[in-house]
Design a protein around this ligand. Structure first.
Ligand code: SAH
Length: 254
């Protein structure tokens, strides 16, 4: 997968490209991130990329020409990226959106700055993307969020694909279960006995229970659009009725 990121601060992405899973994916040739400096596509001698707003008002806007020039250069090289622009009012970025985008071969992300971007840029945009209801000073942090979430979904990027399946919002939509590592006891806090029991069937059930419990507590709306098995529905009912996992095991003789 190839990303083209149009920005007036391409150095913003250096740390992102050189860290962790993303840097490994780049080294392994699975992902390419081409950060493009919009200033390189400014035609005027001061390399200006922004200008005042027509009709008045505070601040500056990114001019359309450098963005079009950069895009046309990409097209001329034979690429045809799906074009995103970061906008606070765009489609809310989430795991499903990331999944959709992970199936594209080429993605271009336009990063806004200042008051935003000249409206005519929208002519080349396929989708506007927001990472949440708040205002950033530029699209760059949003672009890293978007790319990171997409990149980890590309086959071969995350070593153990089971870890993707266990992620929150993935697979069946339930939130993730709690995890522990060594030591087994830390400042008086113990790892739950079940996890150390070696009983994999029980561990699987306990994790399911915890997922349902967490989802009910933090994002109950998820239950409106996912399908649970009969057993999971019984767990959900039990949790709603204040029954503990141990009582549940007892009741259903599992
Ligand atoms: N004047 C705009 C805000 C501009 S913020 C307004 O009224 O909403 C500057 C740039 O940061 C935007 O052009 C956009 O590219 C980026 N940005 C800000 N908040 C964002 C968000 N929540 N998600 C994605 N991009 C965002």
């Amino acid at each position: 997968m190839k990303f083209f990121v149009l920005s007036i601060f391409p150095q913003f992405f250096d740390g992102f490209k050189n860290t962790g899973i993303v840097s490994k994916a780049i080294k392994n040739g699975i992902v390419e991130i081409d950060t493009i400096n919009l200033r390189d596509f400014s035609r005027d001698k001061h390399k200006t990329v922004d200008d005042v707003v027509y009709g008045g008002g505070p601040g500056m806007l990114l001019k359309p020409e450098p963005i079009y020039e950069a895009y046309e250069t990409i097209l001329k090289k034979g690429h045809n990226p799906y074009v995103l622009i970061t906008e606070p009012w765009g489609r809310k970025f989430d795991q499903n959106f990331a999944k959709e985008l992970s199936e594209k071969k080429e993605i271009m992300i336009i990063c806004g700055r200042y008051e935003g971007v000249d409206e005519r840029v929208k002519n080349i945009v396929d989708e506007e993307v927001s990472i949440g209801d708040f205002i950033l000073s530029g699209g760059e942090p949003a672009a890293t969020v978007i790319m990171d979430a997409i990149i980890r979904l590309i086959p071969g990027v995350v070593g153990d694909e089971n870890s993707l399946r266990a992620d929150s919002f993935s697979n069946d939509g339930l939130l993730g279960y709690p995890n522990y590592t060594r030591p087994a006891e830390f400042k008086g806090m113990k790892v739950p006995d079940i996890l150390r029991s070696g009983n994999h069937k029980l561990i699987h059930m306990w994790r399911r229970w915890k997922q349902i419990e967490k989802t009910l507590e933090k994002k109950p709306e998820i239950f409106e659009y996912i399908e649970l098995s009969d057993k999971e529905n019984r767990m959900l009912e039990a949790i709603k009725n204040g029954i503990s996992f141990e009582e549940f095991l007892e009741k259903y003789k599992v």
